[in-house]
Design a protein around this ligand. Sequence first.
Ligand code: E4P
Length: 220
Amino acid sequence: MKFFVDSCDIESIKYWFNIGVGEGITTNPLIIKKQGISDVDSHLIKMVAAANGAPVSIQVSGKDRESILKQAKKFASLGENIVIKVPVVDADGKSLLPIIKELSDEGYAINATACMMAPQAIMAAKAGARYVSLFFGRISDQGADPVEQIASVRNWIDEVGSDTEIIVGSIRTVFAITSAAIGRPHICTVTPAILQKCTVHEMSKHTAAEFDNAATKINV
Ligand code: E4P
């Protein structure tokens, strides 16, 4: 399972890429707003540079087919390996699968995002999406089992030999990563704060202190 960095903070992205953990970047309008970025295009160019050839997902937010296509094509022109994130439905609940299909057919790499159940993700993959994003935390919020949804999509991918990769997002705890991995997604996208939490454990710290203490009493 690969880790992507779910962030648009350049310093954090560089940190996780430099230590070999980060292998891609995902963002969404909430993340960009929280970071206080106003010029998205120029920030995207910086993210692409920090990613050093790895995929960078940027989300479209247009209201109709024309504006979504225009925005997607503009984003894609801003650098290499830009992946266009298209929600599987719009805010009115209208399916965006036709747009996912159209852009995929034209050769754009699409990350079909905001998938809450396996059939949505499988259909997006059939429409040509390069990635399908299942939202672990938001699926759990609805009382469903995200691991079951992830595993179901993975079974289908393996069965038909699809090239589509599953990204699990909406990771809010370290434990969610452990759980998500049971469903065998290809990628887990995680915020820098949760990635950081994965590196430390009180018992690891306690154990290191025990080792240090013992080391002061022996000749090493
Ligand atoms: C990543 O691709 C998703 O956009 C992100 O992880 C969603 O996280 P949230 O459910 O915490 O908003």
